[in-house]
Design a protein around this ligand. Sequence first.
Ligand SMILES: C[S@@+](CC[C@H](N)C(=O)[O-])C[C@H]1O[C@@H](n2cnc3c(N)ncnc32)[C@H](O)[C@@H]1O
Length: 142
Amino acid sequence: MLQCLILELEMVFSWLNLLAKFGFSDITGIDYSPSAIQLSGSIIEKEGLSNIKLKVEDFLNLSTKLSGFHVCIDKGTFDAISLNPDGAAEKRKQYVKSLSRVLDVKGFFLITSCNWTKEELLDEFSEGYMERFTAQKQNVEA
Ligand SMILES: C[S@@+](CC[C@H](N)C(=O)[O-])C[C@H]1O[C@@H](n2cnc3c(N)ncnc32)[C@H](O)[C@@H]1O
């Protein structure tokens, strides 16, 4: 079963057709705002989209066992976290750690940002993925 995690609830409906075409049947949307989840839930119910699970989750402090996702999509959440006036650099690092935790080893991460250039994003995320690559390599060699 192909799994997708969406940190991007407003566009979930435009992604849905595309994801369905590629065979995704297990789609989870998260936001730490209960009202965002509530609004999305009411739209999902109205549209009869039963294959999307919604969860109130802080991506920086995941409470449940979210892992093994083949795709993770973000539009705006990393930006929002980056703009936090309280410890943004540390929070960005935690985001990369959380992403590494939820995404399958061969998973695909799609991010849309209006605050960061492609080069800045590659730089920001390379550390987490180099760590993961190194960890994988160590497992293979062990
Ligand atoms: C800029 S909005 C983007 C909303 C929508 N994706 C869009 O493009 O219009 C950022 C969203 O990220 C959510 N968010 C911010 N920090 C979060 C966190 N730590 N965990 C989960 N969601 C978070 C906010 O509640 C908000 O819904």
